[in-house]
Design a protein around this ligand. Sequence first.
Ligand code: PLP
Length: 408
Amino acid sequence: MRFDYSTLQNIENAVGDSWYILDIERFISNYKEFLKAFQDIYPQTQIAYSYKTNYIPLICKTVDDLGGFAEVVSDMEYSLALDIGVKPKNIVVNGPYKPENELKRYLLNGSMVNVDSFQELDLVMKVANEHKNTKFSIGISCNFEIEGYPPSRFGVDVTDPRFEKALVEISKTSNLDLVSIHCHYPYREVSSFQGRVYGILEVYDRVVKYCSPKYIDIGGGLGGKISKELMEHLGVKNVEYVDYANIIAKTVHAKFKEDENKPILLMEPGTALVADAMSFFCKILGIKEVRGRAIACSSGSRVNFHSRTSKLNMPIRVFSKNQGYRKKHESIDIGGYTCMEEDYIYRSYNGDLETGDYVAVDNVGSYSIVFKPPFINPNVPVVTFVENELRVIKNKETYEDVFKTYIK
Ligand SMILES: Cc1ncc(COP(=O)(O)O)c(C=O)c1O
């Protein structure tokens, strides 16, 4: 999204001196491009958007409107999906924490629950036995080795003898359908996806002796679109959706091309769809010099965009108030509002910067707002543009929002 200074001034007048901008059109085009890359090779591909990556309700609702599923890992995320009108059957429930009462709610609603342990499977069996006239759909999160990568802590160990026993047990339970086999690994390298697909297809060959799963779910972990500058910062190569599709969809297509009943390939992207669809904006409130070092004070903080990349300079754009003479800095550190010494929006910025300028940090859609702690300040608002009209989609958080759960 392109902005001029006066548009940003209007946003500041409406919501305060820092905010996120969600580019929902960018998200929609990412979603369509991602799905097309996979469906061009394997038409039976479906997206389940990972809520945890960025659960702004407008994004989740947009996914539902586009025909995508919701991928959730907590009761909070599950409630959000229901709240915005997602049908329970279009919700995939993952994750290692599913207390019995919550698990029961997902199952009785008809959502698809991917069990993460044998213990959890016992709970599912218990629910199935208590409700013999209700049909339940479950999946198994599978944990297998991917050569060259450390083991994951998630899912059920498919080399455990109890895995085969579980398949027998499920197939004998008439109101329990094993509809999905799932895996998720956090490694972003494209090459790691070959191991995931081979691994899950090996599991498929074992499972198919007992039932035919409707879904093969490869999880998330795919990289998002990033600018050339960020690629250089991160030392990574450009990866397109088609690069992932060429491994995942091609391998699945090769396996099932002769089958009449092809399973649906389920992908759970978060970062891949949302990373470049959000930017964070803050304002330069003053510039000082401390022992020869130029330091800008801003209305933003690193906690607003990425706690886990605290040493990394994310690419920024500066929007200048003053179009005439501008002070050029060889090296200026743009500091955040918190009292953490290492809280810098950007280190050693080389360029023009003056009090009153706005700074945009791009590519912050993934694991940013969902990780923002109320450290020192409540969170900032989120805005978007709908047909060129500014729309506030999250109000600025207040003192009351943060302290209403404390007992004074
Ligand atoms: C089960 C599952 N699916 C999907 C995702 C989304 O991952 P990403 O945002 O890296 O694509 C995650 C992230 O942790 C996950 O745990």
